[in-house]
Design a protein around this ligand. Structure first.
Ligand code: FAD
Length: 496
């Protein structure tokens, strides 16, 4: 603990995108009157304007803030999400699904894939997918809340509306919003910490702790404090995106689509009031005009917005907490939205900061711990994303040949080769993506284990046949009892 350190009670959040308002809302609600939160944002600069697909932990974040789910869904025009459908990643014409659910039933010593593999050897050829409730429900367009949170889900939402929703909540909890452009960041001459943000019109905002939520600009953590950046473009070569919103021609499905093309991929995210679309691509192989033409040629309804063109560098801020500044959101790093992880990383960072909140002064130990944990999160997610590119059988374009041939992190090689040899996957250090995710994506990308755990052989042919058919039957029955997703969303939100 810093000796004689001043108490930290003035928190200044720079930026009011999804990151800024998630941060302000969470700190204001959980820390209460012990801190004063001020948020500065500039309407003229605006936000990045994308970010619609989320993953299940957002439910816990919303619950922590005391948010009513139906009201939140109505305000953000959200739909339910049970996973992601990946088209053309393994091969052209092939699809697989990464669901949020569990598949089959695990034994403590071995995941369900071992039993399924044993079944395959004994002539049971029902696809692995048929043992996962969320997956089957998604593809049938069904959703419903099941007793005991049996179905694991997330949301597809309008993140600008989500930021607005959180803004109202944060302001209600005492956050002061300041409209203005940050023109300079003033450093304390002695300590080198940030002393104040200078705004247009000569205004000045002093603070004790500054949260950089200025997006890709990273005005504080990079512009003022030069906290360093690890560039991961060599693992994830896409560096540009174009987003466009369209009218929906069909009722929303409870899943996001990630459709690979010859130099990247395209997303389709159905909300209640519209569909979000975008193309992610590698400028080395596809120029802007060609990417735009490809995107507009593969959307379903009339466009509602002008195409939003974005450039990015994939990677992570080396020190996400540096001096009295914490980078949250795009200022802390960015990885393409292939597994919808960015909003989640905001959530993780802000909750982590609250756990280590430096009321009595900033401890170097806390800072080191925070930075280490953040980097572990990001590296684990990076490896999972790289898996989708590395484990491809596509060789039809220079982009896919580069991906298939690239060197990948040792941590990922270990995971892939262990699975290929033994069918085993282990979750380490509270890793975001668990065994089910890795198994679904690895098998979806064509990695099939050469062996499985001998525990599966303990079951006789009859026992195994009974287990497999009971599990499939349970899934089929539960899904058959679920309502149509679009109808359920309409009645659920209408009842809010
Ligand atoms: P921004 O939205 O850019 O906000 C920055 C804020 O800082 C704004 O309020 C701006 O006005 C303010 N600001 C900047 N400079 C100044 C200044 N000088 N003075 C005052 N204010 C200033 N995430 C997901 O989880 N799921 C997805 O599906 C997803 N899709 C994505 C697709 C793409 C192509 C991209 C690029 C990102 C995607 N993301 C996704 C990430 C997600 O959009 C971001 O994590 C999220 O929106 C948070 O952004 P932010 O608040 O950090 O930055």
């Amino acid at each position: 603990m810093t000796v004689d350190a001043p108490r930290i009670c003035r928190v200044v959040v720079a930026g009011g995108g999804t990151a800024g308002w998630m941060t302000a809302a969470a700190i204001a609600r959980t820390m209460g009157r012990t801190v004063q939160v001020t948020l500065v944002e500039s309407e003229a600069i605006g936000t990045v304007g994308v970010g619609e697909s989320t993953i299940p932990p957002l439910i816990a974040f919303n619950r922590l803030l005391g948010i009513n789910e139906a009201e939140f869904m109505r305000e953000t025009q959200a739909t339910f999400k049970l996973g992601i459908l990946f088209d053309d990643w393994k091969q052209l014409g092939h699809s697989y699904f990464h669901s949020f659910g569990l598949t089959g039933r695990d034994h403590w010593s071995a995941g369900f894939q071992h039993f399924w593999l044993s079944g395959l050897e004994r002539g049971h050829d029902a696809p692995y997918d048929e043992y996962c409730l969320e997956l089957v429900a998604a593809l049938e367009g069904r959703f419903g809340h099941l007793p005991g949170d049996q179905a694991n889900y997330a949301y597809q939402l309008d993140s600008a509306r989500y930021a607005g929703f959180l803004r109202r909540m944060a302001e209600g909890d005492g956050t002061v919003r300041v409209e203005g452009r940050i023109t300079a960041v003033e450093l304390d001459g002695e300590s080198g910490d940030i002393a104040a943000l200078m705004l247009d019109g000569g205004r000045r905002i002093d603070g004790d702790l500054f949260i950089d939520c200025t997006g890709f600009r990273a005005l504080l953590i990079d512009g003022a404090l030069h906290a360093g950046f690890d560039d991961w473009t060599h693992y994830l070569p896409c560096d540009a995106a174009i987003a466009v919103q369209t009218e929906s021609l069909a009722p929303p499905v409870p899943y996001t689509r990630a459709m690979a093309h010859d130099a990247g991929w395209q997303w389709r995210i159905p909300l209640q009031h519209r569909t979000g679309n975008g193309i992610v691509y590698c400028t080395r192989y596809l120029d802007h005009e060609a990417a735009l033409a490809r995107l507009l040629g593969n959307i379903e309804g009339p466009t509602l917005t002008e195409p939003n063109r974005l450039r990015f560098v994939t990677g992570a801020r080396r020190r996400q907490w540096h001096r009295n500044c914490v980078a949250i959101g795009l200022s802390g790093g960015f990885m393409e939205p292939l597994e919808s992880t960015s909003i989640h990383l905001i959530q993780r960072a802000v909750l982590r900061l609250i756990r280590m909140f430096p009321t009595d002064g900033i401890s170097a130990r806390d800072v080191a711990e925070f930075n280490d944990q953040q980097m572990v999160d990001m590296v684990q997610i990076r490896d999972f994303l790289v898996l989708h590119y590395k484990a491809t059988e596509r060789r039809d374009s220079a982009f896919w040949r580069q991906c298939a041939d690239m060197d990948v992190p040792d941590t990922l090689t270990q995971k892939i080769e262990l699975f290929r040899e033994t069918g085993r996957v282990f979750r380490r250090n509270e890793e975001l993506f668990g065994e089910n995710s890795w198994v679904q994506v690895m098998m979806g990308q064509g990695i099939v284990p050469r062996s499985h755990h001998p525990i599966a052989e303990k079951l006789s042919d009859d026992e195994l046949a009974r287990l497999l058919s009971t599990l499939r039957e349970t899934v089929r029955k539960s899904v058959a009892g679920m309502p149509n997703h679009a109808a359920y969303v309409a009645s659920y939100c209408g009842a809010a």
